[in-house]
Ligand binder design. Structure first.
Ligand SMILES: *Cc1c(COP(=O)(O)O)cnc(C)c1O
Length: 360
């Protein structure tokens, strides 16, 4: 007889990850970096090969100190994690629980919803308006935890930090999770982010090294928030969740801000070209501040199949609770050409220049 899991888990639909492309350059389903990590990352990982027999530093102090400098906060305000995803699990476990409520947007990044059910919490999903978070309606929901993704996944829209601060004041939620996974790609991140100075006591800001720093495969992210809240999370986190390779890679990647800046510049530039390309083919595209664009199609299955034939994998809106749409990661120059070819050539005058290679 099959072992029966907790009844709460019946509410969780399985997570559908982005599909893998058949051709290199065509991996446009999972918002991975089109450029990859800093060239300093490889040597940094090689250097730790002699110490893989030892447990990692539990709190990743070197990473924390580097981040504290970068964000002008104290290192006690930072918790480094096995991807931002781990933080979503920990936060919902620690602050959710039976009888509690979580408010999120519909659609939004799905993990908070999954973790809410895992924590036996109830979930209220507030529909977007014009592809944007409806913060006013979200503030009216009687919830204990609010999840705000800014810029928003899967639409790419962004709200000014001032609007988020108004929400933080207005909501009754005792914890506001602000997920800034894509903030580096915004035209003006300083207008959108709550970092460094706008993190109220009940707010945590989530960041990841998976996106602009290109370390998705190593799993490292972090939270900026109140030290007392971090102390609570430390009680329940797996003590060694951030491995030695991830820590070494993070220090190297964070130390190469020139590479980070060139990735950011490339993504912004290519996002414009991608948007123009799709619009020139008659598609409606949501104006994006992230490293992907959301495309409205009349027939997403045909659109996805056409791209798949050309070796390009994208994310189906059906999997993101937005039927009819398709989410496309900003591609590398090669991926861009594959899209041009797949869309039938007449956008072929446009191209994405290779990002400038930063010195090793
Ligand atoms: C990619 C992503 C994350 C997860 O980042 P990891 O650090 O790879 O776990 C979190 N939130 C959003 C909105 C994302 O798109």
């Amino acid at each position: 007889m099959t072992v029966r899991a907790r009844a709460e888990l019946d509410r969780i639909a399985p997570y559908v990850p982005g599909s893998r492309a058949c051709l290199p350059g065509g991996e446009l389903a999972s918002n991975e970096s089109p450029v990859g990590p800093s060239p300093t990352v490889g040597p940094a990982i090689t250097r730790i090969l002699g110490s893989v027999g030892r447990y990692p530093d539990p709190l990743a102090d070197e990473v924390r100190e580097t981040l504290a400098d970068l964000h002008h906060v104290h290192s006690d305000q930072i918790l480094v994690s096995n991807g931002a995803d781990e933080l979503i699990y920990l936060l919902l476990w620690a602050f959710g629980g039976a009888g509690s409520g979580v408010v999120t947007a519909d659609p939004s990044y799905r993990l908070p919803e999954i973790c809410a059910y895992l924590a036996s919490a109830e979930v209220v999903k507030v529909p977007l308006i014009d592809w944007r978070l409806d913060l006013r309606a979200m503030a009216l929901v009687d919830a204990d935890i609010a999840y705000i993704c800014n810029p928003h996944n899967p639409t790419g829209t962004a709200l000014d930090s001032a609007a988020v601060e108004v929400f933080v004041e207005a909501t009754k939620a005792k914890l506001v999770i602000v997920d800034e996974a894509y903030v580096d790609f915004a035209d003006h991140p300083e207008d959108i982010s709550l970092l460094p100075g706008k993190v109220a006591e009940k707010v945590v800001v989530l960041r990841t090294l998976s996106k602009v720093y290109g370390l998705a495969g190593l799993r490292i992210g972090y939270l900026v928030g109140d030290p007392a809240l971090i102390a609570t999370l430390r009680k329940i986190r797996p003590p060694f969740s951030v491995n030695v390779a991830a820590q070494a890679a993070a220090v190297a990647a964070l130390g190469d801000q020139e590479h980070r800046n060139s990735v950011r510049a490339y993504v912004k530039e290519c996002r414009t070209r991608l948007t123009d390309l799709l619009r020139s083919h008659g598609y409606r595209v949501v104006a994006s501040q992230a490293s992907f664009v959301l495309v409205e199609t009349d027939d997403s299955a045909t659109f996805v199949a056409r791209l798949a034939e050309a070796g390009v994998a994208v994310r189906r809106g059906e999997d993101l609770n937005m039927p009819g749409t398709v989410r496309i990661t900003v591609p590398s120059p090669k991926g861009f050409q594959m899209l041009v070819d797949a869309l039938d050539g007449d956008g072929a005058t446009s191209s994405c220049e290779s990002p400038r290679k930063s010195a090793v």
